[in-house]
Structure formats: C-alpha cells, structure tokens
Design a protein around this ligand. Structure first.
Ligand code: FE2
Length: 189
C-alpha cells in the first residue's frame, strides 16, 4: 500500500478491523465511528414501541465485547502517553479530566444497561420508560466522550506521539485483544 493511501473507513456497522491496529490512532478513531453507530442503535431502541431484538443483541454484544476494551486502550495507554508528551500550552489535562468523567458515568451505568437489555432479550419484555431514560443517558455520555476525543485528543495525539509511542500503543492494544505483536518493523526512529 502506498504510504499516503488513505485507510479505508468502515461504516461502524461491524467491530473495528484488527488490521487497523498497526495504526492505533486510526483504530481508535474507527472505534469512535463504531460507538457513534451503536449510540444511534440505542436511540432507535429508546424510541421503538416494541423491542427490536436484533438491534438489542448487537448493542449488547458491543457492550460486552468492544466498549470496555476501547476504554482501557485510552485510560491505560493513550491518556498516559498524551500526559507525558503534551506541553502546557496543549492544556490537555482539563480535557482528559472531562473525558474521564464522561467515561466514568458511562461505566457506572453500564452494568444496568447490560442487565436490562439481557433481561428484555431473555423474557421478551419491552423496555420500561425508566429503562429508556437510562439508555438515553448512557448514549449521551458515550457520545460526549467520543466527540471530545475526536475534536481534542486525537488531533493532539497525532501531532505529539512519537513513533515509539505509537508502537507501544499498538502493541498494548494487540495484547489486550489476545493478538501477538507485529513482527519488528524495519523503520528507524
Ligand atoms: Fe474513545
């Protein structure tokens, strides 16, 4: 592939392709597209009269298999790398604090969201008004998280992280997904 060739973007309908892990910031950006699609799916669930089982199943699968790993990529690797590389004029700490607060709120609601979707799928019951309100709040936190990260953190990360940082990030993200590290690349620092 030509180095300047843009990476093909998915629609966010499926889990982000592991082939993007070689470019971890692209992977995270693609994960945000995926989160946006899932939030639209959650909006659909909150507005529908009857439960769309297929939509509820794909939201639940995303919550169980993808979201927590994404949040760990950021909390355990991306944010510490950014904190290390950014200068005072980047004024990034406040942004990271706000993004963490949105993540914390989403994580606080996550067990409840999972349980209510699993229960509706098990019993065939519909979502209560209270369930719908919790789902909406959850989607709001996830959306604010990804919008702030796309607007503030990812552009700064692209400017500030070194190639060694990106390799470390890629390695940790692969390991978190049970994938072996890429073979050592030949590119020099
Ligand atoms: Fe994120």
């Amino acid at each position: 592939m030509h180095p300047s060739e843009p990476v093909l973007r998915g629609s966010g309908d499926k889990p982000t392709s592991p082939s993007l892990l070689a470019n971890p910031l692209d992977f995270i950006s693609e994960d945000h597209l995926r989160e946006r699609q899932v939030c639209a799916g959650i909006d659909g669930l909150t507005m529908a009269d009857t439960l769309d089982r297929q939509a509820a199943t794909s939201v639940l699968r995303f919550l169980n298999e993808e979201l927590t790993v994404h949040l760990r990529d950021e909390a355990e690797d991306l944010f510490p790398l950014l904190a290390r590389r950014c200068t005072e004029e980047d004024a990034i700490e406040g942004a990271i604090d706000r993004i963490r607060a949105e993540q914390d709120e989403a994580m606080r609601l996550l067990p409840q969201v999972r349980a209510m979707l699993a229960s509706c799928l098990d019993t065939g019951a519909g979502l209560s008004a209270e369930d719908r309100a919790v789902l909406s709040r959850f989607a709001g936190h996830v959306r604010r998280h990804l919008v702030a990260e796309n607007a503030i953190l990812l552009p700064i990360a692209r400017a500030r992280l070194t190639r060694a940082d990106l390799r470390t990030l890629s390695k940790h993200m692969r390991s978190r997904r049970g994938l072996s590290d890429f073979a050592e690349t030949t590119d020099a620092e």
